[in-house]
Design a binder for this molecule. Structure first.
Ligand SMILES: C[C@H](N)C(=O)N[C@@H](Cc1c[nH]cn1)C(=O)O
Ligand SMILES: [Zn+2]
Ligand SMILES: [Zn+2]
Length: 501
């Protein structure tokens, strides 16, 4: 209720003072539509580069994509382009000399009379392979004319939104319009792998490259459903772990050794199954005790959000949701922790029936964290739990549990000039006021920006909840790509005209 009032009041004030600004929207939006072939082509070239940050063998591709983006920035008139090197990737890693991909810093405009917005995005992607069940090559942008959408790994997460910012600048240039704000880019290539190395860079550049930043805008999440635009004011954190169990000196014939040897895979399955039950309940002692209690006031927020079980089922492609009512679903996606088991490295996973006893297996799992969980305490609880669960097996094998990477949860107050400007932009483009949502996923660096730059972050998603980010057949509807760019463009203008940060 209060939020609606603030948005309307500001819109009227800004509307009166900035008629000329709003008059620019018509040609700007028309230009964005006109440049459709160019904007799709820019995204297609990005999708073709398999920039999978978690795959060490694909690191050259991640770096290649960074250079492709930097070249585009140069052509579009961005200045002071710096490819910031972050050194070698810390363990656990196979190649101890593996270089982290560069962070792309650049500027568009340096006018001291304008506000400065830092736009963050990531150019790395999650792994993808045709064998996973994709209908088309994941690293080739395919347009489905009938459904009016684009498919390919990264279209919605996060190459589409990242390119969206570049396209918005290009539309202004084509029209001879000044950008109403200065932009600073911070585009990283390790977000899908915990944003390793970026915290340090942000701390180092806070008083240098990022000195004049007034606010941070991140377009790297999704609407909750498929119809209603949202603005996001919270994220869960993510602590990612691995537990390795090893025994025999090499993979063994299960007919020759089976029954007479302690099998690492058998031990691992038991350790993993001690972490969480089939109802999603985390079984590690002490974890749930850290979670902030649900308040009555908070419950009302979930009831007002436009979402349904049907939308949840449509997005998951199943009817396997653990909860039936909207509030429970949203709370378990946004404000309770979850533990997911992702896979096992070293185990037989291909088709067919290989009769092998794997010698060394590494189970991967992560915990999405929420207020008021303490990350260090969580690591201690998790690692001790794994060691205890393994010891209880009395196995002669060896077990090691460790953290791979972590990133904090983030929650902010959406009552500031940036959220208000984004709400106005959404209303202008989509004709509806956005819902204010939290996100179950993680963008590890959000809290770091707020702490180090002493400013606010605002999340302005482009794609929809059913885009299949991290999944097969990842898509971005054309209406979201173009609507998203128009919203980004209008946001820059509304934010420039607003009082305060
Ligand atoms: C929401 C964002 N687009 C995203 O997908 N983030 C990843 C980040 C990550 C990967 N490992 C740990 N964090 C996610 O939420 O999985
Ligand atoms: Zn992302
Ligand atoms: Zn992602």
């Amino acid at each position: 209720m209060f939020l609606r009032f603030v948005i309307r009041k500001t819109a009227i004030t800004i509307g009166k003072r900035n008629m000329s600004m709003e008059a620019k929207f018509e040609p700007l939006f028309k230009k964005i539509d006109e440049l459709k072939p160019r904007f799709i082509d820019r995204l297609a070239k990005a999708i073709e580069i398999p920039a999978v940050s978690s795959d060490e063998s694909l690191r050259p591709a991640v770096v290649k994509k960074a250079h492709y983006i930097a070249d585009e920035l140069k052509k579009l008139g961005f200045t002071d382009i710096q490819m910031k090197e972050l050194g070698t990737q810390p363990p656990p890693v196979n190649d101890p000399n593996l270089q982290l991909p560069p962070v792309i810093l650049s500027r568009y405009g340096t006018d001291a009379n304008k506000k400065t917005i830092l736009i963050y995005g990531h150019y790395d992607v999650q792994p993808a392979a045709l064998e996973d069940g994709w209908d088309t090559d994941p690293f080739k942008l395919v347009i489905d004319e009938q459904k009016q959408l684009m498919r390919g790994r990264g279209v919605t997460d996060d190459s589409g939104p990242l390119k969206g910012w570049l396209n918005v600048v290009e539309a202004h240039r084509e029209l001879g319009f000044d950008l109403p704000v200065n932009l600073v880019t911070c585009f990283e290539g390790m977000e899908e792998s915990g944003s390793v190395g970026l915290d340090t860079l942000i701390a180092e550049e806070a008083d240098k490259y990022f000195k004049d930043v007034d606010t941070v805008c991140i377009s790297d999440n999704y609407w909750l459903g498929t119809k209603k635009p949202v603005l996001t004011y919270g994220l869960r954190g993510c602590n990612y772990y691995q537990v390795t169990i090893e025994g025999p000196g090499a993979d063994l014939h299960s007919g020759i050794f089976g029954g007479a040897i302690a099998e690492p895979m058998v031990d691992l399955v038991q350790v993993l199954s001690s972490l969480v039950d089939s109802k999603g309940k985390i079984l590690i002692d002490g974890v749930m005790d850290m979670v902030a209690p649900v308040t009555e006031k908070e419950k009302e927020l979930y009831e007002k959000i436009d979402f349904s079980l049907d939308e949840m089922n449509a997005a998951s492609g199943s009817e396997t949701c653990l909860y039936k009512n909207k509030s429970d679903i949203l709370m378990h996606r946004w404000r309770f922790p979850s533990l997911s088991i992702h896979g096992v490295e070293g185990a037989f996973s291909a088709q067919g029936a290989k009769t092998v006893i794997p010698a060394k297996v590494t189970g991967k799992f992560s915990i999405r964290t929420v207020p008021d969980m303490n990350s260090d305490k969580l690591d201690k609880l998790v690692i001790e739990h794994c060691q205890k669960a393994f010891s209880a097996l009395g196995s002669p094998n060896k077990c090691k549990a460790e953290l791979i990477h972590n990133g904090d949860y983030w929650i902010s107050d959406p009552f500031n000039a940036s959220f208000t400007a984004a709400a106005q932009a959404t209303k202008t483009v989509y004709g509806v006021e956005p819902d204010f949502t939290r996100e179950g996923g993680s963008i590890p660096i959000t809290l770091t920006f707020e702490k180090e730059l002493k400013t606010n972050c605002m999340l302005l998603p482009m794609g929809r909840g059913d885009d299949g980010a991290h999944s097969i057949n990842e898509k971005l509807d054309l209406s979201n790509y173009f609507g998203g760019m128009k919203t980004m463009a209008a946001y820059l203008h509304y934010y420039a005209a607003a009082e305060g940060k």
